[in-house]
Design a protein around this ligand. Sequence first.
Ligand SMILES: Nc1ncnc2c1ncn2[C@@H]1O[C@H](COP(=O)(O)OP(=O)(O)OP(=O)(O)O)[C@@H](O)[C@H]1O
Ligand SMILES: [Mg+2]
Length: 260
Amino acid sequence: MALETTLLAVDDLKATYIHAITALDGVGFHLARGEILALLGANGAGKTTTLKALSNLLPAERGQVVSGSIRFDGLDVLRTSPAALVRAGLVQVLEGRHCFRSLTVEENLVSGGLGRSGTRAEIAEDIEKIYAHFPRLKEKRRALSGLTSGGEQQMTAIGRALMSRPRLLVLDEPSMGLAPLIVQDIFRKLRHLNREEGLSILVAEQNSAVALKYADRAIILENGATVLTGDAQDLRGRDDIKSFYLGQRAVAPSIPAVVG
Ligand SMILES: Nc1ncnc2c1ncn2[C@@H]1O[C@H](COP(=O)(O)OP(=O)(O)OP(=O)(O)O)[C@@H](O)[C@H]1O
Ligand SMILES: [Mg+2]
């Protein structure tokens, strides 16, 4: 891959928690501008740790990158503060759809715009853009977030992240705890943002079926290391990856009925 098309480059990352527990031991991948990359892996494979490393959030969790490098658009991530990374366009939606439950949906969106020095008119304009992508949020704009559905809270969390005008949106398990139809809806919206606005997306998922359906490429982590990288469509056709790497049982081959 040509260097100038690379937005995010992660090379041979090793990370530990409390200087003792090895969580990552050889994670490497490149994300090209404009692509949707899925980060797959079973429980404990290292997805969340990788994402936290990308935003330089591991020190806050008593974790540390011990070797390897992360570059975002030329920036050395490990020497850049989390807030500066957001300003540079690397924005995360953390696991568990964090929004302020006692604020309205619209107040949550406004809060997402506070980190950058936008004028009131710019913030209002960005909110309207988000409502155009998520009409449901417009309907619920005056509702308290804590009283909205899980899907609406996930959309609010995504909308809040979009208020920082990301170039790379990073999401940790957006499907968690949501009904399949809502999950599809959220992934369709993400792909729309990708295709229409050129937003690059890195999404960690245990739900490999939906992630592979909407991503361009995927990487698979196992025990803190990258074990496979490939085109999402190719990986979709491979039942073995589910049983080998993702902790899910492959569908047993059906035995043809013997007609006697
Ligand atoms: N704060 C922490 N302190 C100590 N160990 C941790 C911490 N967070 C994660 N770990 C360990 O690091 C390893 C990777 O965990 P991580 O949360 O990154 O996996 P994951 O792929 O996101 O899993 P899941 O699908 O369950 O969210 C695991 O062995 C986990 O137990
Ligand atoms: Mg996780």
